[in-house]
Design a protein around this ligand. Structure first.
Ligand SMILES: Nc1ncnc2c1ncn2[C@@H]1O[C@H](COP(=O)(O)OP(=O)(O)OP(=O)(O)O)[C@@H](O)[C@H]1O
Ligand SMILES: [Mg+2]
Length: 453
């Protein structure tokens, strides 16, 4: 078994070596750095289970530098246990550190026994926490009490542990992607990649290069090798979104990979074998398409071992208040506006409206109403004003034409746009993009997008 890794950050070499020795004797693997500025990149690479962080770096002894580094680490790594160390232990500093997210506090000169016991306890707690989270499932963030909807969710939960191919169908905005994600993160592949592909956005001429990758020189524009989506999804799940929009010629190619789990990159004669699980989604009626000969029957059966049909919001109006409350709760935090609430009349008015854009539309409506209303106590009128435009907006995000731009390029542009709009504020940018801060950091690194923190 691999040893548990511990990172020591202290500018005093003697301290580092002696703690390192102590921990190694305790059975841990260690690494130490003397410059706090390196902490983030080393954490990324070394992936420690616990960090020992000095508070007083040579620059000053106020503990400020230590607190700052602690804060920076916590921004990205919300859970690694961090033990603070200082030669100038003051209770106040300890309290400040704990507030920012330190897990424990040790005064120098330290007591070996105490140090080891603190490390051991924190690591054990971390394990318990991880186990707890495993039992609190990803399905719990999916709101809805409607019996028909619950049945779909329970089925999704049951099949998530298997490798069965799942087809999620439902109207636009009903939560297909949300459920596909939950299935992956509840599966045994949760720690492995979840790769989304919008098949509606891939023209047949780009299909192979996008899905299977290509070798340099395979065609005129192929100036470098490219790794395809299937390869990225190895050991994980591939989410084939909008599968009903796939052109006939691409359907054949997809079928072959699904049947054989092998493919060749464009310009390569070497077959690659990949281990993946398939979850697909569409708002099209595939059965009808099979009858019309616009969707291959063999492909349909291949992706459709388990079918999950999500009811539209109109079929589960009773869930509207629950969803509204859920969105409002999130917005309270997002906008730091604890007084946000919805008047009873407004709630019953909402329950009667039609939402062709389903949950996405409802969510947009609640959000734009919160943003445009002066009073945090939201009334019918506030919602009415926003409602008119919301149906249109729900469906009309203008996208570039198919083949004009790759998904990745679009992602890069959107991230840059959001960064500029939010003056490089990471938290705001992540929120605007609907992803977590760490997910944003990962993308910034992946695409080499410069930013100031
Ligand atoms: N049951 C739910 N509880 C909470 N949020 C939900 C629920 N269902 C959907 N949402 C939210 O509604 C939005 C739309 O969901 P999602 O993207 O999964 O829909 P979709 O079915 O994939 O839509 P489309 O067909 O347009 O691609 C997302 O912001 C999602 O988080
Ligand atoms: Mg979707």
């Amino acid at each position: 078994m691999e040893k548990t890794k511990i990172l020591i950050v202290d500018d005093d070499m003697a301290v580092c070596t002696s703690i390192s020795l102590l921990l190694k004797r305790g059975g841990y693997a260690t690494r130490f750095i003397n410059r706090p500025a390196e902490a983030l990149s080393v954490i990324e690479e070394f992936d420690p289970a616990l960090i020992l962080l000095d508070m007083n770096f040579t620059v000053d002894t106020s503990g400020k530098k230590g607190l700052q580094v602690l804060g920076e680490i916590r921004e990205i790594h919300t859970r690694i246990p961090i033990i603070l160390m200082t030669g100038w232990a003051t209770v106040q500093l300890a309290v400040q550190g704990m507030k920012i997210g330190a897990s424990d506090f040790i005064a120098k000169p330290w007591d070996n026994k105490q140090m080891l016991s603190s490390v051991k306890t924190l690591l054990a707690l971390q394990e318990v926490q991880k186990k707890k989270e495993k039992t609190a499932t990803h399905f719990e963030h999916i709101i809805g009490e409607d019996p028909q909807f619950r049945e779909v969710l329970e089925m999704a939960q049951r099949v998530s542990k298997t490798d069965a191919s799942v087809l999620v169908i439902g109207d636009s905005g009903t939560g297909k992607e949300l459920i596909a994600e939950a299935i992956h993160y509840e599966s045994n592949r949760a720690e492995n990649p979840f790769v989304k592909v919008n098949l509606g956005g891939i023209s047949s001429s780009l299909f192979e290069s996008e899905m299977f990758g290509h070798k340099r020189g395979a065609f005129t524009d192929a100036s470098t090798d490219r790794v395809g989506r299937f390869e990225l999804a190895d050991t994980g799940t591939i989410f084939l979104d909008e599968i009903g929009d796939l052109e006939a010629s691409s359907q054949v190619k997809l079928l072959r990979v699904l049947q054989e789990s092998t493919f060749e990159a464009l310009g390569s004669s070497q077959s690659k074998k990949i281990d993946f699980r398939v979850v697909s989604a569409t708002n099209k009626n595939l059965e009808q398409m099979v009858l019309n000969d616009t969707f291959r029957e063999d492909l349909f059966y291949r992706i459709n071992l388990i079918k999950l049909k999500i009811p539209s919001l109109a079929e589960r109006r009773g869930d509207i208040p629950l969803l509204v409350r859920f969105f409002i709760e999130n917005l309270r935090m997002t906008y730091d506006s604890p007084d946000l609430r919805v008047h009873r009349d407004a709630m019953s008015w909402l329950e009667k409206q039609s939402f062709p854009g389903n949950i996405r539309q409802l969510r947009n409506l609640v959000e734009s109403t919160v943003l445009t209303s002066r009073n945090p106590y939201l009334q019918v009128e506030d919602f009415k004003r926003q409602y008119q435009g919301s149906a249109l907006r729900a469906q009309q995000v203008k996208l570039p034409s198919v083949g004009a731009i790759s998904l990745e390029e679009m992602e890069v542009r959107m991230i840059k746009k959001a960064l500029t709009f939010h003056n490089n504020k990471i938290a705001d940018t992540a929120r605007a993009l609907g992803i977590t801060r760490s997910a944003l950091y990962r993308r910034l690194a992946k695409y080499n997008i410069p930013y100031e923190s």
